[in-house]
Design a protein around this ligand. Structure first.
Ligand code: PHE
Length: 507
């Protein structure tokens, strides 16, 4: 049988030659340097050579050692035990413990560590005399293996463990425990030329010219007839590409925007820094309402107060709080204080923005929504953030009812992918009736999302609104966590690159 002559592509031959020259294992990045080819080309050619049995791939674990800041400091100043030893030598070779704690500018902790090592390294003798410990040092011991290793790492940066002399290798554990060096394991792929590969380069091979692009020139000149084209290998390994994309959180916010826009709503936005007037008073929340307290609401020092809207508006709101004004209510029955309403805060809900807008647009029909940031004085944990988003909206029109509100929210949830929705009676100071909406999610059960209701006359009449206002609002993050499969709310904003890359683009 005639053995078929092996033909190689140019890049394969380059790599084979480089491997033939090098002793031992060679990594892909060694080959990149050696041949001037890029990573993809080296990886691809190596795979081809592998299939032909000319090279073998090997994966090895390598241990890299690196000095830490504290370690570099020790290289400069000496290890604590060395410094302490010098002090004792200066004192004539003998010192008591109490002398040392005075003389040496060591913290108690440092002194303990230094003494421990003096003992362990046998650099000093310890004697009990009366109630004192006497420490005796004879001479300056030569640099130890640990000190030499630190110096070497400090000079050279990262060093592979196998390159270190054996006596230094033995120091790795203890220096790591002292927190002055660190080690890290890395998988390294390396290539080895096989016997057959070696024989082949040495006996000489012919090169095939391969073309991977069919160009118009090749077609016009007819050269394509004699050209060898490279076959597609759809399974060939390639480097992962991470194209730029929109952050998953922004992506979901955009999706929500699109749903409301498609339902005929307009987006509104308002200031993060609000007056208590729009955040609370205009919503008929009494001035001693617990939600206004420091532990729920962030109050601002600069600017400390905000301007109130026109006098008449303020008066209508204040009278409503005091005695119900013309709203048909008896109000809360306390003396309303304009200074409390002037306080500046970070808005605690987007309803502040809704009500601002409503005051300026009291004529129906109005259909607006917002997806925006709010702030609450919360302790951060896996369920709570102090800065988060709310989804909110209102419908203002003649003859709209609670059914329209439930219908709109049901449609919104459906478009987000939640089919099962339920509504429960609830309470908010500014709506009557009030509802809580829950959606059913496989694995989690019923989950509360938006609160909602019809604004009370105590809210709408002072603003000059004469028709029903359907309102809803709720947290965005819980929805985002469900959508993105997260269990810790903080993960949404950690910007872990790996997570951002792995998370598929929604839609
Ligand atoms: N503002 C309420 C909250 O922060 C939600 C809500 C908005 C309730 C509108 C009723 C009407 O939870």
């Amino acid at each position: 049988m005639v053995k078929e002559q092996v033909k190689l592509r140019e890049i394969e031959l380059k790599i084979l030659k480089a491997l033939n020259k090098s002793k031992g294992e060679t990594t892909i990045s060694d080959l990149e340097k050696e041949t001037g080819l890029d990573h993809v080309a080296v990886a691809r050619a190596s795979a081809w050579l592998g299939e032909k049995g000319l090279v073998e791939q090997e994966e090895t674990q390598k241990l890299y050692v690196e000095i830490l800041k504290e370690g570099s400091k020790y290289v400069e100043e000496g290890l604590p035990e060395r410094r302490l030893l010098n002090i004792i030598l200066k004192l004539g070779g003998n010192a008591t413990l109490s002398q040392l704690s005075k003389e040496a500018s060591f913290s108690e902790e440092e002194l303990k560590i230094a003494l421990g090592w003096l003992r362990r390294k046998n650099w000093a003798e310890f004697k009990k005399q009366d109630s004192e410990t006497l420490i005796h040092v004879r001479e300056q011991p030569p640099l130890g293996d640990d000190e030499n290793l630190l110096k070497l790492l400090n000079d050279r940066g990262v060093v592979e463990e196998s390159q270190l002399p054996n006596e230094m290798k033995k120091m790795l554990d203890s220096l790591q425990k002292r927190n002055v060096i660190k080690t890290r394991q890395e998988k390294v792929r390396s290539l080895l030329i096989t016997e057959e590969g070696r024989r082949l380069v040495q006996s000489g091979v012919s090169i095939v010219e391969e073309v991977s692009n069919l160009t118009s020139d090749l077609i016009k000149s007819g050269k394509w007839r004699s050209t060898k084209f490279r076959k597609y290998d759809v399974e060939a390994p390639v480097a992962t590409i991470h194209p730029g994309k929109i952050h998953p959180v922004a992506e979901l916010i955009n999706e929500i925007r699109e749903i409301f826009l498609n339902l005929g709503f307009t987006e509104i936005r308002g200031p993060f820094v609000e007056s208590a007037f729009w955040n609370f008073d205009a919503l008929f929340q009494p001035q001693d309402h617990p939600a206004r307290e420091m532990h729920d609401t962030f109050y601002l020092k600069f600017p400390k107060t905000a301007k109130l809207p026109d006098k008449q508006m303020v008066q209508r709101v204040s009278k409503t709080h005091e005695n119900g004004w013309k709203t048909g209510s008896i109000g809360w029955g306390y003396k309303w204080d304009a200074n409390v309403a002037r306080q500046t805060i970070l808005r605690t809900h987007t309803t502040a923005t809704t009500i601002r807008y409503l005051a300026e647009h009291p004529e129906p029909p109005v259909k607006v929504f917002s997806v925006d940031r709010v702030y609450r004085n919360e302790k951060l944990d896996y369920k709570h953030l102090a800065e988060f988003f709310q989804i909110e909206g209102i419908i203002v029109d003649e003859n709209v009812t609670l059914r329209d509100l439930m219908g709109t929210l049901t449609e919104f949830y459906k478009r987000l992918g939640f089919e099962k929705v339920q509504f429960w009676p609830s309470y908010f100071p500014y709506t009557e009736p009030s509802l809580q909406s829950t959606v059913y999610v496989e694995e989690f059960g019923w989950i509360e999302l938006c609160g909602m209701g019809i604004f009370r006359p105590e809210v709408t009449i002072p603003l000059g609104v004469k028709v029903p206002v359907l309102a809803w609002g709720g947290g965005f993050e819980r929805l985002a966590m469900l959508r993105l499969g997260l269990e810790d709310i903080r993960d949404l904003y950690k910007n872990d690159l790996g997570w951002i890359r792995r998370t598929p683009i929604l839609l």
